[in-house]
Design a protein around this ligand. Structure first.
Ligand code: MRU
Length: 372
């Protein structure tokens, strides 16, 4: 998407040195637009774990590029047992963040391709780069297709409201910053805006890291889309008063039965949506499906992050980004990163292949090759 008139993805190769991967360092948004060079495997692991990059799509792409960087590192350091080195690298990458399945999906895709190449380092470097580029390009295309399918839902509401503004609520950042481009949940919104449909987005601020108020609001502002930041707990009230027409969120992992893990607080939005008959949709690409598990609440690993993210808040003060303590220093805090919304609360899934019910039947109707 464009930032100040220039097109960007969230991850790419440095133009004058393709051995360096560049990312938008999202920790500084919306105040500063910072680009970071990732040169070593350690850099990539830290960028994912410390959330310089975050969001399932770009976490997956970072994992894929991480394996390319690890291959370059193996060559640079004259590693003799290349296979063991890369298996070890894959474990390090996969351990950075546990919930988004896109990460292990992308890293495993690389591993499968590397194993037959044995210790041919040049062939491994070529292959890992090719796969990383494919993972990134696919994410861009698939997110674009999510937009084309999902816009129908917004169009229908707009028609029903005779062209009045469609109010969409979203949680966290499932926008282009969370992917490689376009976004999952935001893609239908961008497409609606392009088609001239009047939209307004309620942006949950998304404590504790505020991905909504810092990232989604910034993205929407850059694209000229009407939006309002709301505290996380406001959604239920807005729904009770008819101020939300549809909820669209992203997903970090979705079981083949339709249970969805997404940023903490998503579940409560789904409960409120159900109580108020507001359609609740989840937008995701196929890389966010976990084809091995059927019970999201019991089986999806939920990341727990450092308590300091809850107790400190980051902001701009006199031109500098600062963190301030907002709780008693000695009080413990719990920081669950994600929750699981059971399929029964979800109206439908918007994927690159179309819209389906959040159920085994619905999902397999779009992905028949996954039936075994
Ligand atoms: O902790 P984050 O910021 O990585 O969490 C991101 C989300 O929960 C997004 O909604 C999700 O990854 C979908 S974006 C493709």
């Amino acid at each position: 998407m464009d930032v100040n008139g220039k097109p960007y993805r969230t991850i790419w190769l440095k133009s004058d040195n393709p051995e360096i991967v560049q990312v938008i360092d999202q920790r500084f948004l919306p105040h500063q637009f910072v680009i970071e060079d990732l040169v070593t495997l350690e850099d990539v692991c830290d960028a994912i774990a410390s959330m310089h990059v975050r969001g399932a799509g770009v976490i997956g792409a970072s994992g894929a590029y991480g394996m390319y960087i690890a291959s370059l590192e193996a060559k640079r350091n004259n590693i003799s047992d290349i296979q063991s080195f890369l298996i070890n690298a894959s474990e390090k990458l996969k351990a950075t963040r546990p919930t988004a399945v896109n990460l292990s999906w992308a890293v495993n895709r690389q591993l499968e391709a590397i194993i037959p190449l044995k210790d041919d380092i040049e062939a491994i470097i070529t292959k890992t780069l090719q796969i990383a580029n494919t993972v990134a390009d696919e994410d861009v295309d698939f997110c674009q297709n999510i937009g084309k399918h999902g816009v129908r839902l917004i169009e229908e509401i707009s028609q029903r409201k005779q062209g009045e503004t469609v109010n969409i609520l979203t949680h966290c950042n499932a926008g282009w910053l969370g992917c490689v481009d376009n976004g999952t949940a935001t893609s239908p919104i961008y497409e609606a805006h392009r088609r001239g449909i009047k939209v307004h987005v309620w942006v949950d601020e998304t404590r504790p890291r505020n991905q909504g108020s810092t990232l989604t609001a910034w993205e929407l502002g850059q694209q000229g889309i009407n939006h309002t930041i709301i505290p996380d707990n406001a959604g239920g009230h807005l729904m009770q008063h008819g101020l939300v027409d549809i909820v669209i969120v992203g997903s970090d992992r979705t079981t083949y039965t339709g249970d969805v893990a997404n940023k903490i607080g998503t579940y409560l939005k789904a409960v409120a949506a159900k109580d108020n008959n507001v359609p609740f949709y989840v937008a995701l690409t196929y890389s966010a499906f976990d084809w091995n598990i059927s019970d999201g609440v019991k089986q999806i690993p939920i990341e727990q992050r450092d308590a300091t993210e809850v107790k400190y808040i980051k902001g701009l003060h006199e031109g500098k980004i600062k963190e301030v303590l907002i709780a008693p220093e000695n009080s413990p805090a719990a920081n669950y990163g994600f929750d699981v919304t059971p399929a029964r609360l979800i109206t439908g899934l918007i994927t690159e292949r179309g819209i389906c019910q959040a159920s085994k039947e619905g999902i397999f109707s779009l992905y028949p090759e996954k039936i075994n």
